[in-house]
Design a protein around this ligand. Structure first.
Ligand code: MTE
Ligand code: HPA
Ligand code: MOS
Length: 778
């Protein structure tokens, strides 16, 4: 439990003041050194082809151009693939997607770099372009062999089922649309080293990629991340290319190089959430218990692996969402297409897996003429049930469902919609429920470690560095809270500094919602270690009777008890009695006694493991649960819709910061709604992105957020492995948004009973309109 001294529940984000004043430092706010060059990429206009030649002669003559770099100029390896070596930094011999970097222009100004890049041409002999994941799979174009999950015997079980339904579900990708685009700034340093400012979630990933393409050892490369204007997974791996390009520029010119992508460059050249196509089969008994489920997932990986394989794995981990199904068989293909390599995006493949099972349940409900929520409720995973990957559930699925129902009254909300629909011909309401269950930990066990470096200075102030990157999710606030709580100091005395690979080495990216857990617990260990030393010093100071407050009656015997010293609000207490010693006096005495006021601590999550040879284990430290109910109104003449409310009961464990956590829930829900409704990525058959600007790609704005978002914290006393029991919150709420799709579907069906729309997200107004007036059979 978090019992902070300083009103932690209402604690503001430590960055709110500097954000509002425009004083927070992002990549673009780092002051530029004299002589800085500006970079711009010339990228492939064709999605697949043989790169015969590149003509840079006109560009070289262009004003301000200092150097143009192609693959042959690289000193190190032309490779940035983190998991598989299948991603050249600059195209060499072949281009694999529209937007693939071919040449790098360095010029004296940004405008000159952009102008020169336009003068480059390439001779490319076209090869077959594949954009569809099923076509890629059929042609054997896979990133790696398929992965399987199996529990029980689904083939046998289907034969015993009363009801069996089969179908297909498709779900599109999503553009990250972080407000701050990708970028980096590299500055030469001694011995051929470099300082690299990068807008990345993974400073160590950047350091490794730069080392690889330049051949410079990692100990000469300092990566510094001030903060991000959003990442959402898009900068877990894909920040590497821009840092690597700048670094190559610095290596070859000995000058600082800056590249901050323009929005359309970013949209065109970077990967997105993976689109999936899936086939499902669901079998129920006469009481609507799901006895068997099988699914085949086709993931559109794009032209290189990037993070596609762990994303694919998480799709399997979450393919049964919050349900216990005794017989499961799931297969997943990572399909290689000629699109920019797709990458991490909030939920990391989990939401796609969940969409498919929710489609299967909706399909069954529609055919059986029962409410989907009846099937959902009957099959929620219980304590002690086994997930298809072998972990035993410590489930809050039913508690969150019940508490949400008690507070919001599902039956009443549905009845209100039914009554409305009976009385309105051209406006229809729909209501849908979405239970969620999301595993917390990197599914690759070794990544679940973190470090924290804590210094206490002689003025009593505290400076912290960790591997966590602040990207708006509030991790710095939580880490500062940890130190403030352990030291019993006001949070204003604590500063969490930039993420820097010289201060903290070998970091895992800030991802998997685990940054506060991992880095927070490392910080807790570091602070507690320093605190123990300070307590020993304070004890010595109290021994000779000094600092004793007149009224207190501290006996000699009690003096010898080591745990007698506590710090509260900056003052020292002994066995609960006040003394005249305070934080500053003890800190300075520790310094004088040459006791270390710094600590570098390491934390690794205990008890997790996974064995891919049998696809079983205990991969997650814990799960986050919750239940949401979403209500929508559809205008059946225009196909447009509004989200009336999202009401959820969410499993925070015991939130250490309600303001930050509620913000994550609201943001996650809106991002989930955007994915399910209006955000439509569109590549044409030639692999060219048509939704390549904010005029053709719509994300939720203030007018399209739900009219009401209600959040009920789940009441539970269960212990967990989260920092101070405050469960990870970054990704799970996005999945509440999935209910929006099914709520719209219900409203559409209320208008046009005969239609069974395809499961094909997003449900754009255009598709809604087609389905309102069409008779598309499922
Ligand atoms: N919230 C904001 N404001 N900006 C972001 O980029 N990224 C999300 C989530 N919330 C993100 C965000 C993603 S994808 C993850 S994995 C988590 O934050 C990462 O941070 P955490 O581990 O501290 O929760
Ligand atoms: N989540 C997010 N990012 C990751 C993971 C994960 O499980 N594994 C590797 N990178
Ligand atoms: Mo989040 S998709 O794990 O960066």
């Amino acid at each position: 439990m978090f019992h902070g001294n300083s009103d932690s529940q209402k604690m503001k984000n430590v960055d709110s003041k500097s954000h509002v004043r425009g004083e927070s430092v992002y990549l673009d706010d780092v002051p530029l050194l004299e002589g800085t060059l500006f970079a711009c990429v010339y990228d492939s206009p064709i999605a697949h082809g043989k790169l015969k030649s590149v003509d840079i002669s006109e560009a070289e003559k262009s004003k301000g151009v200092v150097k143009i770099i192609t693959a042959k100029d690289l000193i190190g390896e032309n490779q940035i693939g983190g998991i598989l070596p299948d991603e050249p930094l600059l195209a060499d011999g072949e281009v694999h997607f529209c937007g693939m970097p071919i040449a790098l222009v360095l010029a004296e100004t940004e405008a000159q770099a952009h102008a020169a890049a336009k003068l480059i041409t390439a001779e490319i002999e076209p090869l077959e372009i594949i954009t569809d994941e099923r076509e890629a799979q059929a042609k054997g174009k896979l990133i790696a062999p398929p992965k399987h999950f199996k529990l029980g015997d689904s083939d046998k079980a289907f034969a015993t089922c009363e009801h069996v339904f089969e179908g297909r579900a498709d779900v599109n990708g999503q553009e990250h649309l972080y407000i701050e685009t990708q970028g980096a700034y590299t500055i030469p340093s001694e011995q051929g080293g470099m300082k690299i400012y990068s807008s990345t979630q993974g400073p160590t990933a950047v350091q490794r990629a730069v080392s690889r393409v330049t051949g410079i050892p990692m100990n000469l490369l300092e990566v510094d991340v001030t903060r991000l204007g959003g990442g959402f997974g898009g900068k877990e791996d894909q920040a590497n290319a821009w840092a690597a390009l700048c670094a190559v520029g610095t290596q070859l010119t000995k000058k600082p190089v800056k590249y901050a992508l323009h929005r359309m460059e970013d949209m065109r050249m970077t990967g997105k959430r993976h689109p999936y196509s899936a086939d499902y089969k669901i079998g129920l008994d006469k009481d609507f218990r799901i006895i068997a489920y099988s699914a085949t997932f086709y993931q559109n990986a794009g032209a290189a692996c990037d993070l596609s394989l762990p994303v694919l794995e998480r799709t399997l981990f979450h393919c049964t969402n919050s349900y216990f199904i005794p017989n499961v068989s799931a297969t997943a293909y990572s399909c290689k297409t000629n699109l920019p390599p797709n990458t991490a995006f909030r939920g990391f493949g989990g939401p796609q897996g969940m969409f498919v099972i929710e489609s299967a349940i909706a399909h069954a409900a529609e055919k059986l003429n029962v409410s989907a929520s009846e099937i959902q409720r009957k099959n929620l995973i219980e304590n002690g049930d086994e997930f298809p990957y072998g972990q035993i559930a410590e489930s809050e699925a039913i508690t969150s469902w019940k508490q949400a129902d008690e507070k919001y009254d599902f039956a009443k909300l549905k009845a209100e919609a039914d009554e409305f629909n009976a009385n309105n011909k051209f406006i229809k309401k729909g209501v849908a429920l979405m239970p969620i269950c999301f595993g917390i930990s990197f599914t690759k066990t070794p990544m679940n470690q973190a470090r924290s470096l804590v210094h206490v200075y002689t003025d009593g102030s505290v400076a912290i560095s960790t591997g966590a990157v602040e990207m708006g999710q509030g991790v710095n606030t939580k880490i500062a809270q940890v130190a403030a709580k352990v030291f019993s100091q006001p949070i204003g005395r604590v500063k969490v500094h930039t993420t820097n690979t010289l201060r903290i080495a070998n970091t895992s990216p800030t991802a998997a919602s685990a940054a506060a857990d991992l880095n927070g617990r490392a910080t807790q260990i570091a602070c507690e270690t320093i605190l123990e030393r300070l307590k020993t010093v304070a004890e010595e100071m109290l021994k000779d009777g000094a600092y004793r407050i007149e009224s207190s009656e501290i006996s000699e015997m009690r003096h010898t008890q080591k745990d007698g010293v506590t710090f509260e609000n900056g003052f020292v207490f002994f066995n609960g009695e006040p003394t005249s010693l305070d934080w500053l006096l003890v800190v300075n005495e520790a310094y004088n006694q040459r006791v270390s006021l710094s600590e570098h601590a390491h934390y690794a999550t205990q008890g997790i493991n996974f064995d891919w040879s049998i696809a079983k284990g205990h991969p997650f430290a814990y799960h986050v649960y919750g239940t949401a109910i979403v209500g929508v109104t559809v205008d059946c003449q225009r196909g447009i819709y509004e989200v009336d409310y999202v009401k959820c009961c969410h499993d925070f464990g015991s939130s250490m910061n309600a303001a930050v956590d509620n913000g994550q829930i609201e943001g996650g829900i809106v991002q989930g709604i955007g994915w399910m409704t209006m955000e439509e990525i569109f590549y044409d058959k030639n692999g060219r992105l048509r939704s390549n600007a904010l005029s053709t790609y719509k994300i939720p704005d203030i007018y399209s957020v739900p009219k009401e978002i209600e959040i009920l914290p789940l009441q539970t006393e269960r212990e967990n492995l989260a920092i101070f029991n405050s469960k990870a919150v970054g990704e799970p709420p996005l999945m509440y948004g999935i209910a929006t799709y099914f709520a719209i579907r219900k409203a559409v069906k209320a208008f046009n009973q005969e239609n069974l729309p395809k499961f094909d997200a997003p449900f754009t107004p255009e598709k809604v309109l087609i389905n309102l007036y069409g008779k598309i059979g499922m």
